[in-house]
Design a protein around this ligand. Structure first.
Ligand code: MLT
Ligand code: MN
Ligand code: ZN
Length: 310
């Protein structure tokens, strides 16, 4: 399986346009060694010919420009991007759909909850009806059904499994205060030809037994790396919300609440990679102590342009 990390940042990217925090200002001034990051999206392919986007970031134009694998190949207008799969309805994961409007009708895989958000609170799909249009394929994670398997005909060789996970619906969702099944999913992707597997969960509020089992069953995990600590935004004076308020599990645990590094430390995948990194996170500093601590535990930090071959 081929994986392209198109955007490794959280909402706002890095450095964030309006932010003067130590990381953002330090990166602009060259005081810290840290690479720019666009917003959260990856692409996967079995054959390197047809690609599936997992989330569509508002930075999609520059992300496609950067990756020759995603450039048009045949004829005057063309794209190797055959489908888009959404893991939630958050702005950083969905507004890139608008950036695909010049192309063919978008084959879109999403749960009913996400479809509803995109036709009401953030009505992108209605807008796109006036351009390329979208063809919705329902991911059946809904109600009492917490797992759904599917394949995408135009991107053969990959098998997808969607899993309900703890997270947070976006602010414009009717479920913001109380998450329901289908607001947030993780994806397991299997490559039929070589048997490789990926677990992708850029938003994950808790790693329970189930999530850990899914992580351990994969060759590579790309998981929530948004915050280093629970009160990171508050401590830096950047905002009032904690990591859990935003549906993200911080890397550092607290008594009674293991963090992402506690889950990853003993996990078995060959590649353990944090993704969806917020601009406030000290792991962005490649020479920093938290980055060193991760490296000592065999945990990588995704960067834009990272290519993973499984
Ligand atoms: C989140 O995951 O909470 C987002 O990055 C927030 C956003 O996109 O504004
Ligand atoms: Mn996000
Ligand atoms: Zn910042």
């Amino acid at each position: 399986m081929k994986i392209l990390v198109l955007g490794s940042g959280a909402g706002g990217g890095f450095p964030q346009w309006n932010c003067n925090c130590a990381n953002c200002a330090g990166q602009r001034a060259g005081r810290i060694r840290a690479s720019e990051r666009t917003q959260s999206s990856i692409a996967v392919s079995a054959d390197g010919e047809s690609w599936v986007l997992l989330n569509a970031s508002p930075d999609i134009g520059s992300q496609i420009r950067r990756h020759p694998q995603l450039h048009p190949r045949h004829g005057l207008r063309d794209t190797p991007i055959k489908a888009v799969v959404l893991i939630d309805a958050q702005i950083d994961h969905v507004t890139g759909l608008l950036g695909l409007r010049e192309g063919p009708c978008i084959d879109l895989w999403a749960t009913r909850c996400v479809f509803e958000d995109l036709t009401s609170g953030l009505p992108l799909l209605g807008v796109l009806r006036h351009y390329c249009g979208t063809r919705w394929h329902m991911i059946g994670v809904d109600g009492s059904c917490t797992r759904s398997d599917f394949e995408i005909e135009a991107a053969p060789g990959l098998r997808f499994t969607a899993l309900a996970i703890p997270g947070k619906a976006p602010p414009y969702s009717p479920h913001r205060r109380e998450q329901v099944t289908g607001d947030n999913i993780a994806l397991r992707i299997d490559c039929i030809a070589d048997g490789s597997s990926l677990f992708y969960a850029p938003g994950l509020a808790r790693v329970g037994e189930q999530e850990l089992a899914w992580m351990n069953a994969a060759d590579c995990v790309l998981v929530d790396g948004t915050f280093w600590q629970e009160d990171e935004m508050q401590a830096a004076g950047l905002g009032a919300k904690s990591a859990s308020d935003m549906g993200h599990l911080p890397q550092q645990g607290a008594p009674g609440r293991p963090g992402m590094v506690d889950a990853l430390r003993d996990a078995t995948p060959a590649r353990k990679v944090l993704i969806h990194i917020n601009n406030s996170n000290p792991i962005l500093d490649e020479d920093g102590t938290s980055r060193r601590a991760l490296a000592a535990m065999g945990i990588e930090v995704a960067h834009d342009g990272m290519e993973i071959l499984l």
